[in-house]
Design a protein around this ligand. Structure first.
Ligand SMILES: Cc1ncc(COP(=O)(O)O)c(C=O)c1O
Length: 393
């Protein structure tokens, strides 16, 4: 195997780059999870994570799992719902399909509000579906705040408004796996009942650690929920010393979490959000330049909904997204995200979330532009110039 020189530009939309200080914080000897030193690390991580979530409601709870995001999806469903309950899934793309499929496997009925993946959900259709549920069969609305596959974000306040306008009492569940720590999110203000989050994206940690933030209303719903659960049972967790985890606590992840949240606080969450917007906008300007000459284009068609954490790029007909990704990796040591589900082969994704700066995104964009050229993909030249013009302005 030939040696790849330099640092790999990891431009996937998750997992993301792990800051050196987070790696160092995690590189430590084992410690008992009841040791007062660790308990302080744990408690301070919980405080900071609640601040990031804008979660302060009395009676709310935060439960962690040693699992990737899929574990948190499952934990959230089994703790809040009963066999045969209906969940209203807001179609956004690959990940809303995945959560719906999991709900069905767990014995729930998944009713979908359909949406064009390139345009996103219509809140009026959500309101109509809830109004039509006179019998109150729908117990929860499942929304993927930021659809990592399509590069489109959903307005959670608009969904909350639609639910309130319909006067429907279902719980609102939000997947923030690729939004938290990257784009604005406010649990209490937006009336979110359960927030699903993961470690490996905006939180800049290794994969394998996830959580659910639970509103007081959802804590009450949990007491009535009858789906079978064991490892993920919040009632079991609440009995433990840390009010979370059934089993051994992954202490290393908390040393990392404490440090990554310290970095976010040091930069300031508003500055973090502004940086994500700036780098996302630079990426979009590059793609718009490439789209000349019948080249690749932004997958999302509604500019107001384009995500600031990931950009999905649609290839021109007859050209392979995976060939471009392979060239970027083999020639330039740049890792891009592939198209998921029905977008496989026609879409590639540029992740611009987490620990990232201007030269890193420019390096990635330059590698993409060169890879388009090498693969004979028609495109407008000057994508990197357009990004530089924007970033230097
Ligand atoms: C929005 C979203 N939800 C859920 C998941 C699943 O999480 P995991 O892969 O950590 O199990 C992902 C993964 O990329 C995601 O982006």
């Amino acid at each position: 195997m030939t040696r790849k020189t330099g640092r790999q530009f990891f431009s996937n939309p998750g997992p993301t780059n792990i800051p050196d200080s987070v790696l160092r914080a995690m590189n430590r000897a084992t410690i008992d999870f009841n040791d007062p030193e660790f308990v302080e690390v744990y408690n301070s991580s919980v405080r900071s994570l609640k601040a990031l979530l804008h979660m302060a409601e009395p009676g709310s709870e935060l439960f962690f799992y040693t699992a990737s995001g899929h574990g948190a999806w499952e934990a959230t469903l089994v703790n809040l719902l009963s066999p045969g309950d209906t969940v209203l899934v807001l179609e956004s793309g690959y990940f809303s399909e995945g959560w719906a499929g999991m709900a069905e496997k767990l014995g729930l009925v998944a009713q979908t509000v359909q949406a064009d993946w390139r345009r996103g959900i219509d809140p009026a259709a959500v309101e109509a579906a809830l109004r039509a549920d006179a019998a109150g069969r729908i117990k929860a609305v499942l929304a993927v705040h930021n659809e990592t596959a399509s590069g489109m974000a959903m307005s959670m306040p608009a969904i909350r408004q639609a639910m309130d306008a319909a006067g429907h009492g279902a719980l609102l569940l939000a997947d923030t796996i690729s939004s938290l720590g990257s784009i604005p999110f406010r649990m209490d203000d937006w009336g979110i009942d359960a927030v699903v989050g993961g470690s490996q994206k905006g939180l800049m940690l290794p994969t394998g650690f996830s959580f659910t933030a639970v509103s007081a209303k959802a804590v009450a719903a949990h007491a009535q929920a009858r789906l079978p659960r064991s490892y993920f049972d919040w009632a079991e967790m609440a009995k433990r010393s840390h009010r979370s985890f059934v089993g051994t606590i992954p202490v290393g992840h908390f040393y990392g979490l404490q440090e990554s949240l310290r970095l976010i606080e040091l930069e300031g969450i508003d500055a973090v959000i502004a940086r994500h917007h700036r780098l996302a906008e630079a990426t979009r300007r590059a793609v718009r330049a490439w789209s000349g000459n019948a080249g690749p284009q932004l997958y999302g068609l509604d500019p107001a909904r384009l995500s600031d954490s990931v950009t999905a790029v649609l290839m021109p007909d007859g050209h392979s997204a995976d060939a471009v990704r392979k060239t970027a990796m083999d020639r330039f040591n740049v890792s891009l995200g592939g198209g998921l589900g029905k977008l496989n082969g026609t879409v590639f994704r540029i992740g611009h979330l987490g620990d990232l700066n201007e030269p890193m995104i420019l390096g990635t964009l330059a590698a993409v532009e060169m890879s388009l050229r090498i693969n004979g993909v028609p495109h407008g030249r000057g994508g990197v110039d357009a990004a530089m013009d924007y970033l230097a302005a």
